[in-house]
Design a binder for this molecule. Structure first.
Ligand code: F6P
Length: 360
C-alpha cells in the first residue's frame, strides 16, 4: 500500500458541473484504495492563505451525495492572483508565501488542484516556489486546456446550450424570428460549435472563424427562399463586431467581462435582413446544475488517476483525456498550448458539410 499520506484537494477558477464528483472520487480512492487522509481546502488558495488554513477532513462515507451535485462544496475563486493579491487598502501584495505556509501547516504530502489553465499556472508557480507536490485535474466549460480533449464541465455546458437551442426552435418557428443564442467559452468556440451542431443551429459563429454580417444574412435569406422563415444563430461570447472589437463590459471592480455580442448581431442582422430578431444570453446557467453522465465519468476517472499519480509520486503533472485513455502530461505542457477550435477540426468540417453557415 506504500507510505501513509495526507493529501489536499482544492477547486480553483470558475465553477462548473462535475467538481463535486471529482472530490468524491479522490476521497473514495485515497481513503479506500490507499488508506490515506484527504483534506478539502476551502475557497481555493484563499483557504491556504488564511491563518489557520481553512480545510475540512473529507471521509469515504460522507461523500456519496457529491456525485450528482453541481458547483463545488469546497468553494472556489476566479479572482485575486496570489502573487499580486488585492489588499483591503487597495495595494497589491505577494501572498504566495502565506499559501505555501498553509500547505505545510496542514502537513500535506501532496495537493490535487482542479482548475483551468489560469489556475493551473498559478498553482504550478506556487508548487515550484514552495515544494508543493502538485497534481492537476483540468476543468472548465470552455474546454480550452491544452493536451486534453475534454475538461470537466464542458459536456454539461454543451448539453445545456443544446437544450436551449431545442427550445428556441419552437418559438422561432412560431413567430418567424431569427433567434440568437449567446454562449460562454471565453476565447474558444467549443461550446458554440458542439451545441450548434447538436442543436441544429443554422449559423454558428466562433472566435476562431472570421464572419461577415452579409454572409449570415445570405444564409437567413436562403432559408426564407426555401420557405423557412426562421433561423437559429449560436454565437460565442468572444466573437468580435464587424470592426474586429470584442464586446465587453467593465464592472465596478474594474474587471472586464465578455458579453453583448448577441445583442450587437441582433441589431445588425435586423437592419441588414429586415428579419425580426431576439437574443438569449445563456450565461452562468451553463455552469450550474447536475453534471451530465459524461462529466461524472470524466470527473471520476480523473479523480482516481490523480490519486494514483500521487501513489507513484509523479508530481507536476496533470491528468488528461486522449483517445479514450487517461494520460498524464507535465502541467507546463498542458498550460503551454491554448486549445482553441482548430479550423480543420472534424466538427468544423461536419458543420460545413451540413450547410451550416460559419460566417465566412
Ligand atoms: O472560464 C469559464 C467562464 O464561464 C467563461 O466561459 C466566462 O467568460 C467566464 O468564466 C465568466 O466568469 P465569471 O464567473 O467571473 O462571470
Amino acid at each position: 500500500m506504500g507510505e501513509y499520506k495526507r493529501i489536499g484537494i482544492l477547486t480553483s477558477g470558475g465553477d462548473c458541473a462535475g467538481l463535486n464528483a471529482v472530490i468524491r472520487a479522490v476521497v473514495r480512492c485515497a481513503n479506500g484504495k490507499y488508506g490515506w487522509e484527504v483534506w478539502g481546502i476551502c475557497r481555493s488558495t484563499l483557504g491556504l492563505m488564511s491563518s489557520p488554513p481553512e480545510a475540512i477532513k473529507l471521509e469515504f462515507d460522507k461523500v456519496d451525495h457529491l456525485l450528482t451535485m453541481g458547483g463545488t462544496v469546497l468553494g472556489t475563486t476566479n479572482k485575486g492572483n496570489p502573487f499580486a493579491f488585492p489588499m483591503a487598502d487597495g495595494s497589491l501584495r505577494d501572498r504566495s508565501e502565506d499559501i505555501i505556509e498553509g500547505y505545510h501547516q496542514l502537513g500535506l504530502s501532496a495537493l490535487i488542484g482542479v482548475g483551468g489553465d489560469g489556475s493551473l499556472a498559478i498553482l504550478r508557480k506556487l508548487a515550484q516556489q514552495g515544494g508543493i507536490n502538485l497534481v492537476g485535474i483540468p476543468k472548465t466549460i470552455d474546454n480550452d486546456v491544452g493536451s486534453t480533449e475534454r475538461s470537466i464541465g464542458f459536456d454539461t455546458a454543451v448539453n445545456i446550450a443544446t437544450e436551449a437551442l431545442d427550445r428556441l426552435h419552437f418559438t422561432a418557428a412560431s413567430h418567424n424570428r431569427v433567434m440568437i443564442l449567446e454562449v460562454m467559452g471565453r476565447d474558444a468556440g467549443h461550446i458554440a460549435l458542439n451545441a450548434g451542431i447538436a442543436g441544429g443551429a443554422n449559423v454558428i459563429l466562433i472566435p476562431e472563424i472570421p464572419y461577415t454580417i452579409e454572409n449570415v444574412c445570405r444564409k437567413i435569406r436562403n432559408r426564407q427562399a426555401m420557405g423557412k422563415n426562421f433561423s437559429i444563430v449560436i454565437v460565442s461570447e468572444a466573437v468580435c463586431t464587424a470592426e474586429g472589437n470584442p464586446v465587453k463590459n467593465m464592472d465596478r471592480f474594474g474587471e472586464c467581462r465578455l458579453g453583448g455580442i448577441g445583442q450587437y448581431l441582433a441589431e445588425e442582422i435586423s437592419i441588414a435582413s429586415g428579419a425580426e430578431t431576439r437574443v438569449t444570453v445563456l450565461g452562468h446557467v451553463q455552469r450550474g446544475g447536475l453534471p451530465s453522465p459524461l462529466d461524472r465519468l470524466l470527473a471520476t476517472a480523473f479523480g482516481v488517476a490523480a490519486v494514483d499519480l500521487i501513489a507513484e509520486e509523479k508530481y507536476d503533472r496533470v491528468v488528461t483525456w486522449q483517445n479514450r485513455e487517461i494520460v498524464s502530461v507535465p502541467i507546463a505542457e498542458a498550460i503551454g498550448q491554448y486549445r482553441a477550435v482548430d479550423t480543420n477540426d472534424t466538427l468544423v468540417k461536419t458543420a460545413r458539410g451540413l450547410g451550416i453557415c460559419l460566417g465566412d
